[in-house]
Design a protein around this ligand. Structure first.
Ligand code: ZN
Length: 273
């Protein structure tokens, strides 16, 4: 059974510092038994970044094919809608101190005063991955993967890079969700950014290893990595400009990681942070 103090030591060893802003994915079952489950982990994260830092989760929700039928039972996005992205995000959405952005499909949820503006400004008219892009531009954020390296290995900067490079795919403009606007009315959000399958994002790991300090360490029992978002985005842009297919997962069942699903004709346009 791991206690908070043990996890704080693990987090320090992997490189988390006071004042850090962490974008986190986590598979709790990989961490091992914790005294109070997610509460122990989140308290350890908050203690590690301190009052000047912040923690963020990807509280995304699935989109529906457009147009959404008038008799659809699909969920309408609001601040309290349960995210589709698992336990940590569900815990953060319900946390009394958390702030959740208003982006209907790719909302971020977090704790910390320093991330308030980042989340308040992430609205239905923002790019999906805008908080990660801003943290990368300002060199003020890191991504922490706790036990997700095999099932969900993605550093989210790859999606930022796909959009900065102007990649297109067949899903653009075809999916969306309904959401409540500020006045309580229902509007439809149409997703025009690209994203999707991130199972192949481990293909970037050896480039990260070449470019900066990228090493797998343990948090509890979970294999974990901590990556500076600015460094990761620089690597992603360079790698994708050379080989736009780098993120393909290679699974035969995947309908998204195929050359006929994507248009990379814009990828030779120079792009940088
Ligand atoms: Zn795939």
């Amino acid at each position: 059974m791991y206690e908070q103090t043990f996890l704080v030591k693990n987090l320090k060893d992997i490189g988390v510092q006071t004042g850090d802003i962490l974008v986190i994915t986590c598979s709790l079952s990989e961490v091992g038994r914790l005294e109070f489950g997610f509460e122990t982990l989140v308290n350890a994260l908050i203690e590690s970044v301190g009052e000047t830092g912040g923690i963020l989760g990807l509280s995304f929700n699935y989109g529906q094919k457009l147009p959404i039928a008038s008799n659809s039972n699909a969920d309408i996005f609001s601040r309290n809608l349960k995210p589709s992205t698992g336990g940590l995000n569900e815990f953060l959405v319900e946390h009394p101190l958390s702030i959740r952005s208003g982006h209907p499909m790719n909302s971020f949820v977090g704790i910390g005063e320093c991330i308030r503006n980042l989340l308040v400004s992430h609205t239905p008219s923002s790019p999906c991955y805008d908080p990660v892009h801003k943290l990368a531009i300002n060199n003020s954020g890191k991504m922490l993967l706790i036990g997700t390296l095999s099932k969900s290995p993605g550093i989210t900067t790859v999606h930022v890079a796909q959009n900065l490079l102007g990649f297109k795919n067949l899903d653009q403009g075809r999916y969306g969700v309904q959401y409540y606007n500020d006045k309580g009315g229902i509007e439809t959000y149409i997703r025009n950014d690209v994203g999707g399958c991130s199972i192949g994002f481990h293909n970037f790991y050896h480039h990260y290893r070449d470019d900066f300090n990228f090493k797998i360490m343990k948090i509890g029992d979970a294999d974990s990595v901590l990556v500076n978002l600015h460094d990761a985005l620089n690597t992603d842009l360079r790698v994708l400009q050379k080989n736009p297919e780098m993120f393909f997962c290679g699974r035969e069942s995947c309908t998204k990681c195929r050359i006929d699903f994507w248009d990379f004709s814009s990828s030779l346009v120079p792009a940088s942070i």
